[in-house]
Design a binder for this molecule. Structure first.
Ligand code: UTP
Length: 410
């Protein structure tokens, strides 16, 4: 894109201020800025204007959804596991590690997966995840292709770390890295912010951007060439995460559902976790802050909470369905954040309070695009040890304790 084209694109949305410092920046910065402008999705500005007028889109009719319980799974364990191992051995299953987040709550300045959670020895978060996946590989006697989504900010460091650690024993031929798309930040007037005179302030566009980013990076070819039918999507921060769990895969395939989600019974009604439910008859996730007091306390006749099954960011989606959905717009969530920027006088401002809005797509919204989803209950003490915070709930300490309980030497 040249300067004139960039100006025309920006003028249509009153964003020409992005070129205010064009004459002051180097030629390299100029071409990088033009590239950024070329990539800008201007639709986001319409979404922002609509959000300012109307707020977030209202939810449909929400209803509780049950789950295939731990007990039911145990009763059918061998059948499920056999079907899952069969799919893995036939190369039908891939796994997608979402590692493009900023991990701000943990306050670690490197990619979260590089955090050493060990005490007497080094045990990195990435290592925990690969160890968990290796258990399946050993059982199946086949490697599971692993797609790792990074962000522009942590891509290089993540790749270098994996290489330096010799992929923690995983076969690198089965590992594919790809970089997540970004979205710009805007101020309250809907003006896109510059973080430097020649650079638009951008950040990863939320974990829901994973499939379109994977496609953009050319990896759909690999999915199609290798005939990978199912993708297990999981987060970087749950060190007890079971990846490509044969039993979960088998149960989902045999259920005939289009997708699957691992869930845990809520620890208490107030637990701050998204809950799998039905929205207008289709699977969906309701966030804890969206639930009314009635929904939070409502119970079924057997005493179980009606909205009982919390999601742990471990989903199974079908490649063909994801391709079908590519043209469907995932909802864009607008979040208020603190973003450093260049002001109208060309000065760098590091704000003390939130001053901007970011655009995020969420993987949980992909669930609502499915016609059906197997809700698959797992034991939280065995499969859910998230590292979100430096201290307190879902922290390094709580995850270390859970690892210990599961016999993992720290
Ligand atoms: P979180 O919602 O915990 O966000 O991500 P975060 O950015 O990692 O952490 P905080 O909120 O700043 O502390 C859940 C999962 O989604 C991934 C994360 O890496 C994590 O595995 N994620 C999140 C992405 O891959 N991209 C994103 O843009 C956001």
């Amino acid at each position: 894109m040249n300067y004139i084209q960039a100006k025309t694109k920006l003028e249509a949305y009153h964003q020409e201020h992005l070129l205010d410092w064009y004459d002051e920046i180097s030629e390299t910065e100029q071409s990088q800025l033009l590239e950024q402008i070329d990539a800008l999705d201007m639709q986001l500005l319409d979404i922002f204007a609509n959000y300012q007028q109307n707020g977030e889109a209202p939810r449909g009719k929400l209803e509780p959804m049950g789950a295939l319980t731990i007990q039911e799974i145990a009763e059918n364990h061998d059948k499920f596991e056999h079907a899952g191992l069969d799919a893995i051995r036939h190369g039908k299953v891939g796994a997608v590690l979402l590692a493009g987040g900023m991990g701000t709550r943990l306050g670690f300045d490197k990619p979260k997966g590089m955090y050493n959670i060990g005490l007497s020895r080094k045990l990195y978060i990435f290592e925990c995840l690969i160890n968990n996946l290796m258990q399946v590989v050993d059982k199946a006697g086949a490697f599971v292709p692993l797609f790792i989504m990074t962000s522009e900010k942590n891509d290089e460091e993540t790749r270098e770390f994996f290489a330096e650690m010799k992929y923690f024993g995983y076969n690198p031929e089965y590992i594919y890295f790809f970089v997540q798309d970004t979205a710009p930040a805007v101020n309250a007037e809907g003006k896109i912010l510059l973080e430097e005179k020649g650079k638009i302030a951008t950040s990863p566009n939320g974990n829901g951007g994973w499939f379109s980013s994977l496609v953009k990076s050319g990896l759909l070819n690999v999915l199609q060439r290798e005939e990978i039918e199912w993708l297990n999507i999981f987060s970087v921060d749950n060190v007890l995460q079971k990846i490509a769990d044969p039993c979960f895969i088998g149960a989902t395939i045999l259920s005939g559902c289009e997708s699957g989600s691992k869930v845990v019974s809520k620890a208490d009604p107030e637990e701050r976790v998204g809950v799998l439910c039905l929205e207008d008859g289709k699977p969906s996730i309701v966030e804890y802050f969206e639930m009314t007091p009635e929904m939070i306390t409502s119970r079924e006749s057997n005493g179980r909470l009606s909205y009982n099954y919390g999601v742990i960011l471990n989903y199974l989606f079908q490649t063909k369905k994801l391709v079908e959905l590519l043209d469907n717009q995932l909802s864009v969530h607008i979040v208020n954040k603190k973003v450093p920027y260049i002001d109208a006088n060309g000065n760098f401002v590091n704000p003390e309070n939130v001053n901007a809005y970011k655009f995020e797509k969420l993987v949980l919204d992909m669930v609502h695009l499915q016609n059906s989803c197997l809700s698959y209950e797992v034991e939280r003490a065995k499969e859910f040890a998230p590292v979100k915070n430096a201290e307190g709930v879902d922290s390094v300490i709580s995850a270390q304790e859970l690892l210990r309980q599961n016999g993992i030497k720290l």
